[in-house]
Design a protein around this ligand. Sequence first.
Ligand code: IMP
Ligand code: MG
Length: 180
Amino acid sequence: MKNTVTLNDRTFKVMIPAEEIDRAVSAVAEQINRDYADKQTPLFLGVLNGSFMFMSDLMKKIDFNCELSFVKLASYEGTCSTGEVSCLIGLNNEIRGRHVIVVEDIVDTGRSIAHMLEELKKHNAASVEVCTLFFKPASYSQPYPIRYRAMEIGNEFIVGYGLDYDQLGRNLKDVYVVTE
Ligand code: IMP
Ligand code: MG
């Protein structure tokens, strides 16, 4: 593991090693396995691009029959929220009557996930829950409960394990935090 990485103009230092992420993913998978054991073929819906690595590791720890798909939604440029959310792309699955688990890399202010949940409402799922790798409780300002949170962090900006800074850093297996 490298202690620091430089992505464009910013330097990041290691914050959460891969082993710790793995333990958090296992713990959240256990919760989901317990809660969905008796549900009919749940659908995991990953939000691209950030959730791809988390989705992959999470799915390997899920022990019931399930389906998986991805949708896309973008709200960020650089380290600051633009406050804009674009629409949902790729929702081809029949959602009606399904138990849907939305898989996110990170829930920050919650604007993206709120938009996603509003869109999903139109499709009459049997249930919709959110599973996020990272949650920023001090920043979150939406009424929707975020049921599964693998890890909670402060308001710091992080990269790695799917999360990017200007599209860079998604490939890192550890999570890094920006240094001022
Ligand atoms: P929200 O709409 O403010 O909750 O932001 C959600 C999106 O912003 C996430 O899906 C990420 O793409 C991005 N984001 C928020 N915080 C971070 C961070 O610390 N690092 C990288 N991306 C972030
Ligand atoms: Mg994202």
